[in-house]
Design a protein around this ligand. Structure first.
Ligand SMILES: Nc1ncnc2c1ncn2[C@@H]1O[C@H](COP(=O)(O)OP(=O)(O)OP(=O)(O)O)[C@@H](O)[C@H]1O
Ligand SMILES: [Mg+2]
Length: 806
């Protein structure tokens, strides 16, 4: 791999930067914190994205602090690998920090999207991000890490860096599998034996053959029983037919007997019925001979009854006529009373002439009197207020006269404010005259008020008289109305009475003369009562005799039925004699049938039992066969496991040998390569490095070996750098990878001038393996010993820039 060109946008400290990567040992120089490490971190971010080993403080820290949400953080990287030109772009944007990426090889898109591009890069470089930092990118402080850890851990770390540690895992895993296979095989072996340690398979085989023999025996027995069962069944059906036949005859016998009993009972009651009928006919015939005597008396009864009914009607007419005469008399009396009342009412009315006219005159006079009283009252109020006014004027005038008299002639006039002088006497005189005139008016007014008062009280008396009068007249008016109403009602009643009387008189006339004889009526009724029992006896006899022809017919019919039934009785008796059923024979046949049936049932039960036993044996056999199959399977699994176990044991041994071989070859190689490097870097001062089995480091000084702790800090750093470079070289050589570029971040640490120069020279010589060695350092004076210098600087706005120095 060789880096060609990179463009950064909003990547950490770089707002915008473009950089060409030359070949050889390239120093990336700049002050602390200018962005040297960032620049090469950007390379790994482009390759692997937001992996934990790439971004030191999470993906949030990658985008330039202060960049706006719309800004995109991106790295565009061009590099060569295996003769192909790669163009890789990775970007991240927005609040969600969505990552997008694309990878083109020789101008052709081969992967798109964050994950897809990382996977493509991993495949093509042959290493994931962890391997990348182990083999290619020595991070700042990594050397210290190698130096500061304990030898055992260092061994682990180095083996991991060299990718040898996986062999450990393989061996452990193979051993684990072998142990597990052995355990399983032992478990299975246990399953093949019983508790007493006997071979389960052998026991099972014996069991199976014993059950098989038993099963055969049962089958033979089953065949024999089937034959027996058939014979028994034939016997059962034969004896059942015989028994059923006898049962049929029994049922017929019972039916015939029942019929005979029925016929006998029927004949008995029919004979009784016939005798009853005969008796009834005899009695009826006797009654029929007594009927002519009764018939004469019945005619007499009918005659008397007609006479009585005629007299009943006459009596009713007689009574009705009496009632009509009574009603007419009452109506006439009522009419006379009303006529009298009518006259009295008319007289009452004539005593109250023209009440309405008088009432209207009184009401008019009353209204006029009230009007006059109102007028007099208002005139009186006017006169009184005038009297009050004059009285006030009189007292004011008197008061002024008194004031002027007190002031005297020399004072000013209280009205015009001029000096009174000669006016004084004049004024007094005028006031005196004025008071005389007011007093006269007051006297006059007093008289007027008195007169008005007199008129008012006269009017009040008149009003009272008129109101009393009006009350009387109103009372009379009400009386007149009541009398008129009574007069109207009397006339109405008279009319109704006249109509009613007319109707009654007409009905009476229509009835004419009614001749009713009370004595004759009583005589006829008594006679009818005397004849009543004969009439009833005649009616009853007539009704009873209607039954005679019916009874005679019924007697004839019953006689012929009786004869018929007697015939039937003898036929059925004959039939039963012919049947000749015997209960003993039936009992015998039934017992015989039950015997053979019980025998057959027992046989059937035995067969069911035998069948159950057969099924049980078959199911036991199935279970045994299944167990036999399971044992076979266990045996097969056990054999397979034993084969696996042997294989795994062999594989474990091979892997262990292989691991030992690899490790045994790693230590001398690492020791040799790092020794060469150290000797070169110290110009032969230190003869070399040795790593013991436990990865403890020893340095040779003047032919003598010393543990690393004996040496200075700078010398220890140098030894670790040599080991790290040796590891990288081994990885490169082993993998045959084309990753011939290396990043070393701040490896100088505590080295002095000449050592730094030596390191640089040595790095220059490593160019056979590494076409590009990118060396990050804040020390400026390396410039002369490297092929090119990329200078990283901080701009005024705080962002960083990178440029290739001439
Ligand atoms: N997202 C970011 N935006 C802006 N600056 C950042 C961001 N992340 C880190 N920085 C700053 O970038 C600076 C450069 O860091 P970097 O590790 O690249 O420096 P360096 O040049 O390698 O320094 P040293 O020589 O000390 O190793 C640091 O000061 C760091 O605070
Ligand atoms: Mg740094």
């Amino acid at each position: 791999m060789r880096l060609r060109y990179m463009e950064l946008r909003n990547y950490r400290k770089f707002r915008e930067a473009k950089v060409e990567f030359p070949d050889g040992v390239v120093a990336i120089v700049g002050q602390n914190g200018t962005g040297k490490t960032t620049l090469l971190e950007a390379v790994s971010w482009a390759l692997y994205g937001n992996e934990s080993s790439v971004v030191r403080n999470g993906k949030e820290g990658v985008i330039t602090t202060g960049a706006s949400l719309g800004d995109t953080c991106s790295v565009s990287l061009e590099f060569e690998l295996g003769g192909d030109g790669y163009h890789l772009v990775r970007s991240m944007r927005g609040k969600e920090m969505r990552v997008d990426a694309s990878l083109e090889v020789n101008g052709e898109l081969v992967a798109k999207g964050d994950r897809a591009v990382t996977e493509a890069v991993t495949t093509r470089l042959g290493m994931d991000h962890r391997a990348f930092f182990i083999s290619v990118f020595a991070k700042q402080k990594d050397l210290n890490a190698l130096a500061n850890i304990k030898p055992a851990e260092r061994k682990k770390l180095v083996l991991r860096m060299l990718g040898v540690d996986f062999l450990n895992d393989v061996v452990t895993s193979v051993d684990r599998d072998a142990r597990s296979a052995k355990n399983q095989a032992e478990q299975l072996q246990l399953l093949l034996k019983d508790q007493q340690g006997r071979d389960k398979e052998k026991l099972l085989r014996e069991d199976i053959s014993a059950h098989q023999a038993e099963l055969e025996k049962i089958k033979v027995k089953e065949v024999a029983m089937t034959g027996e069962k058939l014979q028994a069944a034939a016997l059962v059906s034969e004896s059942r037919a015989l028994w059923e036949n006898e049962e049929g005859r029994y049922r017929l016998d019972v039916a015939l007997e029942r019929r005979l009993t029925g016929l006998r009972v029927g004949l008995g009651s029919r004979r009784e019925h016939l005798a009853r009928l005969q008796r009834e006919i005899d009695e009826l015939r006797k009654l029929s001979s007594s009927l002519p005597g009764l018939e004469l008396q019945e005619k007499e009864y009918q005659k008397v009854r007609a006479e009585t009914e005629r007299m009943n009607l006459l009596r009713e007419g007689h009574l009705r006529k009496q009632r009509l005469e009574e009603d007419i008399g009452n109506a006439r009396k009522e009419r006379d009373d009303l006529e009298t009342e009518k006259e009295q009412t008319a007289q009452g009315l004539s005593r109250l002439p023209d009440v309405e006219g008088r009432l209207s005159t009184v009401e008019t006079s009353l209204e006029e009197t009230i009007d006059t009283t109102t007028t007099i009252a208002s005139q009186k109020r006017l006169a009184e207020s005038e009297r009050d006014r004059l009285q006030r004027s009189l007292s004011e005038s008197a008061q002024r006269t008194a004031e002027i008299e007190v002031l005297g002639e020399e004072s000013n006039c209280p009205t015009c404010l001029r000096r009174m002088g000669g006016q004084y006497a004049d004024l007094l005189r005028r006031y005196t005259e004025e008071q005389g005139s007011i007093s006269n008016n007051l006297v006059e007014l007093g008289r007027t008020i008195e007169e008005l008062e007199g008129q008012r009280s006269k009017n009040e008396q008149r009003k009272k008289v008129l109101e009393d009068r009006r009350k009387d007249l109103l009372e009379q008016s009400r009386k007149v109305a009541s009398l008129k109403e009574r007069e109207r009602k009397i006339l109405q009643s008279l009319e109704i009475i006249a109509e009613r009387t007319d109707v009654l008189e007409k009905e009476l006339t229509a009835m004419g003369v009614v001749e009713y004889d009370q004595t004759a009526h009583d005589h006829a009724r008594r006679k009818m009562i005397d004849l009543e029992p004969i009439h009833l006896a005649f009616g009853k006899a007539q009704t009873i005799l209607e039954r005679l022809p019916l009874a005679e017919t019924e007697h004839r019919d019953t006689s012929s039925i009786l004869i018929e039934e007697e015939g039937q009785l003898s036929v059925v008796s004959q039939e039963r004699n012919d049947l000749n059923f015997d209960a003993l024979v039936l009992q015998e046949r039934k017992t015989r049938y039950e015997e053979v049936r019980d025998k057959e049932e027992k046989l059937a039960q035995e067969m069911v039992r035998v069948d159950g036993e057969k099924r049980r044996l078959i199911s036991v056999m199935e279970g045994l066969n299944k167990r036999s199959e399971e044992l076979d399977e266990i045996k097969t699994r056990h054999q397979a496991l034993m084969t696996d176990l042997e294989m795994l044991n062999r594989l474990g041994q091979v892997m262990r040998d292989f691991k030992e071989n690899v490790i045994s070859r790693v230590i001398p190689t690492l020791s040799n390569v790092s020794s060469d490097l150290l000797s070169q870097l110290t110009e032969g001062k230190y003869g070399g490095i040795r790593l013991d089995e436990e990865y403890q480091m020893y340095l040779y000084d003047q032919g003598q070996e010393h543990p690393l702790e004996r040496f200075s800090g700078g010398e220890t750093d140098l030894a670790n750098l040599c080991l790290r470079l040796a590891i990288s070289r081994m990885i490169m050589e082993r993998s045959g990878s084309q990753m011939n570029f290396m990043v070393l971040d701040e490896i100088f640490g505590s080295q002095d001038q000449s050592r730094k120069r030596n390191i640089l020279e040595t790095l220059g010589q490593l160019q056979k393996q590494f076409r590009q060695i990118l060396l990050i350092t804040h020390i400026d004076d390396v410039k002369d010993n490297v092929s090119a210098v990329l200078k990283v600087t901080e701009k005024e706005d705080g962002s960083s820039a990178v440029a290739l120095e001439d």
